[in-house]
Design a protein around this ligand. Sequence first.
Ligand code: ATP
Length: 453
Amino acid sequence: MDIGERPMRVLVVDDERNIRHTLRVCLEGFGCEVREAATPEAALAALAQGPADLAFVDLRLGTASGMELLPRLLAESPHLDVVLITAYATFDTAVEAMRRGARDYLPKPFTPAQIRHAVEKARRHQELASQLENLEGQLSQAVPEATLETASPAMHAAIGLLTRAAASDAAVLLRGESGTGKGVLARALHSMSARRRRPFVTVNCPTLSEQLLASELFGHVRGAFTGAVKDQPGRVEAAEGGTLFLDEIAEMSPGLQAQLLRFLQEKQFERLGEGRTRKADVRVVAATNRDLEKDVAEGRFREDLLYRLNVIEVKLPSLRERPEDLLSLARRFVSFFARAAQRPPPELSPATEKMLLAYGWPGNVRELRNAMERALIVWPAEVLEPQAFPDRIAAAGSPVMTLGGPHTLEDIEREHVLRVMASAPTLDEAARVLGIDASTLWRKRKKYESGEG
Ligand SMILES: Nc1ncnc2c1ncn2[C@@H]1O[C@H](COP(=O)(O)OP(=O)(O)OP(=O)(O)O)[C@@H](O)[C@H]1O
């Protein structure tokens, strides 16, 4: 029995060799991958080798108790479904097993049909859980009608390469300016791959300090640092079987770059503060809007990590480089937001079309999307005119800004911040020049790129 395109991984924990053997034969007959353990220690060691989807655990394990093993198994592998089996079935033990997190309860002697039923139930549960996680991720991204249709040769080439990459498990590096759709395409890659029914998990590298990002990625144990009040699995574990999307990878500190490199090489990691090594089955897709070769040459990014990340490199064109798509994307967003507002989609006037084509779109598709959303709100008429757009777009092609000229402070700030960022080698360096925190700068940049500022 498969989850997505891979077999169910089942752990059998029983001290009786006969029962283990019977279960193995039965489960393998259903197409499951089976691991066996005779003791609680062996069960935990088997899970440490790699996660499982389902465990059959005998209530009596010689002198040890399956009931006590239950929470330890779940702490080790949060997605595990546990079915408790025993010859001594009483209502009370069943209730207690459920209370401790077992998914099901099976009295001995059992039949192959009962085992099949338990496996099928666990498979449906696992698929549902991962579909829900996917769906939530997609909704929170709120990508309106994400489209892979394009008339641009550069975008066409990028999507073609991505489709071929989806058939493999190789690491993919998505490159392109901010807002070009790297996140959207990472998700599309996941949906086209064999991992599509497992989670797609995003980690946004620059939003967190080194320690918090390490903990976000790999998890931590209680007491690992101030504020670590309980054991916490990281995003790597949340992405088990699926895809981990590392956004803005260039902003990662050297210490974390080393940890990530090891993870990519060995598919192994430790939760922060824990001596034990864990295994993961996760495909990594990374994205950057920076010139990573330059960062390598200047010693800010590890060359070995770059080679590990860009086994397949997909370069997304900026919106300026795909003028063929601009008006169709604009119309698509207009229709989307008009439908959401329950009004007929307005048309673009010829002057508006000209203006949209003349503007440089530094925030790319994201900026276009936000500009269309805003235009629909401020312009209730049936034809969208240039006045429905912010000054910077309406003024496309007008003379450059000068100090002392007729500009608002906000416009001057925006222009200055964008220019400093364009010339500084890193976000940190730009923040230093501007005399503000890197996190403040990061927020400002997001605001500008989203077309709000
Ligand atoms: N192919 C597409 N179809 C529809 N909308 C798109 C597409 N690509 C991008 N967008 C829009 O642009 C927004 C930004 O896309 P995305 O977050 O993927 O960009 P990014 O390159 O990852 O940006 P950043 O580097 O800032 O994270 C999306 O939320 C979506 O609204």
